[in-house]
Design a protein around this ligand. Structure first.
Ligand code: CA
Length: 227
């Protein structure tokens, strides 16, 4: 059972060893690096679910590692391991984009709880990514619920597919052929008018009852969904 990949950047061998044993026992896959530079290189090469980063490292400090990681827009959660009483490290660490910190010496149970909290938060963030939206219209791709303002909207499967495709390409003009291929498939041999027919169905449900129209006709070309 693999609960996630954790990178531990820690130069103190004893702590690194204990951490890696405990984390592996909990079901995590652990990689240990003993300098900031090696830690950065590992992050460039591989993707991790979480990083435990010691602040006091030789050469490149943990804070510098953190700064460089966040500069690359890598959003992997990072928990800093700070020395006792080092308030400035905690503050600058959080300012630099650390997700949490733990102070040495720490109880392994507390660290495990914080790791679980970070990983849970990441999962819920990913779940929210299944939501498409434009203005006050939202589509949840997981539950297939469609909402405009506070009103729930019911669509047929074909209308739903068309709406999702338009939303995923919002601000982009799509031709009838593109829509036909994306929603009806390459093997559809019917009339391309079917696109116009379904756009009309969609508008009746998601646009006409509301003030702001979101599906726009681009004459001679196709359609675009925008606010
Ligand atoms: Ca250290």
């Amino acid at each position: 059972m693999n609960k996630g990949k954790i990178l531990v950047v820690e130069d103190e061998k004893k702590i690194a060893r204990v951490l890696s044993l405990e984390l592996e026992y909990e079901g995590y896959e652990v990689t240990v690096k003993d300098t900031g530079m090696k830690g950065l290189q590992a992050l460039e090469k591989e993707s991790f679910d979480l990083v435990l980063l010691d602040v006091m490292l030789p050469e490149l400090s943990g804070l510098e590692v953190l700064r460089r990681v966040r500069k690359t827009n890598l959003a992997t959660p990072i928990i800093l391991i700070t020395a006792r009483g080092s308030v400035p490290d905690k503050v600058s660490g959080l300012d630099l984009g650390a997700n949490d910190y733990i102070t040495k010496p720490f109880e392994i149970e507390e660290l495990l709880a914080r790791i679980r909290a970070q990983l849970r938060f990441q999962i819920s963030k990913e779940e929210n990514d299944t939501e498409l939206s434009l203005a006050d219209l939202t589509v949840n791709e997981k539950t297939r619920e469609i909402q405009r303002g506070d009103q729930m909207i019911e669509l047929t499967p074909r209308e739903y597919d068309l709406l999702v495709h338009l939303l995923k390409h919002q601000q982009q003009v799509l031709t009838r052929d593109q829509l036909l291929t994306a929603v009806w498939g390459f093997d559809y041999f019917g009339d391309t008018n079917v696109v116009d027919v379904y756009i009309r169905y969609l508008r009746k449900k998601i646009d006409y009852p509301f003030e702001q129209q979101l599906i726009h006709t681009v004459r001679g070309v196709g359609y675009v969904m925008k606010g």
